[in-house]
Design a protein around this ligand. Structure first.
Ligand SMILES: [Fe+2]
Length: 219
């Protein structure tokens, strides 16, 4: 006999999380080596905790298991995995920040916040990408598709592990959701390099053409 699962039970199952182990933390540090660039000890360890918390709430064991796309169906890169985007955005945000810090000292840029923010800007994506969640959202008219996009879910993760509001702001407002607010100076840098990444990948023919949003399509 076919077993049916009530929406409430399916939702409860989706919220089950794996324990956060030292092995998972170590895996996060290995997959995102730019974490070591964060000077402040507490901020650095909370970024590790945040990614561990994010992955442990999904069916992904690691970031390299996640496809290299903006979100499923949009900006699907022809190769690689999710760490390519996160690491490129972080490296480029550091380069941009360092240039401003050196040449425009009147700007008050917090380098550690740039690095932590860039590393955590997409921290809600494992939840949004998780095939189990996507199947659940597809099968119910009550949840929305997705129920919660990665910027909002990313805020939940950042604040749950005690990351500062400044980093939660980057998760919340690095994307088009941020068009409703005034972005922080660190988030302005991250937003710019995040968008540039997909423009450059598109120009370099590295994105499946069927997944390029209309506004980015080339004649
Ligand atoms: Fe991103």
């Amino acid at each position: 006999m076919e077993q049916t699962i009530s929406p409430a039970a399916a939702s409860a199952a989706a919220r089950q999380r794996r324990p956060i182990t030292d092995e998972l933390r170590e895996r996060v540090r290995r997959d995102l080596p730019e974490i070591a660039e964060i000077n402040n000890d507490e901020l650095r360890s909370k970024v590790v905790e945040a990614w561990s918390f994010s992955l442990a709430g999904t069916s992904y064991e690691s970031l390299v298991d996640m496809p290299a796309c903006g979100v499923p169906g949009i900006f699907e890169a022809k190769s690689g995995n999710q760490t390519d985007h996160l690491r490129a955005v972080t490296r480029q945000a550091i380069l941009v920040a360092d240039d401003y810090i050196k040449n425009f000292p009147q700007l008050d840029i917090d380098r550690d916040l740039v690095i932590a923010g860039a590393l955590c800007h997409d921290i809600g994506k494992p939840w949004e990408f998780d095939p189990i969640n996507r199947q659940r959202w597809k099968s119910s008219p009550h949840t929305g598709r997705p129920a919660i996009r990665h910027p909002a879910y990313g805020v939940h993760i950042c604040l749950s592990v005690g990351l500062p509001e400044e980093v939660a702001h980057v998760a919340a407002a690095h994307s088009s959701e941020g068009n409703m607010v005034a972005r922080s100076i660190e988030n302005a840098i991250i937003h710019a390099v995040d968008e540039a990444y997909w423009q450059v990948m598109t120009a370099g023919n590295q994105v499946d053409p069927d997944t390029i949003p209309a506004a980015f399509r080339r004649p």
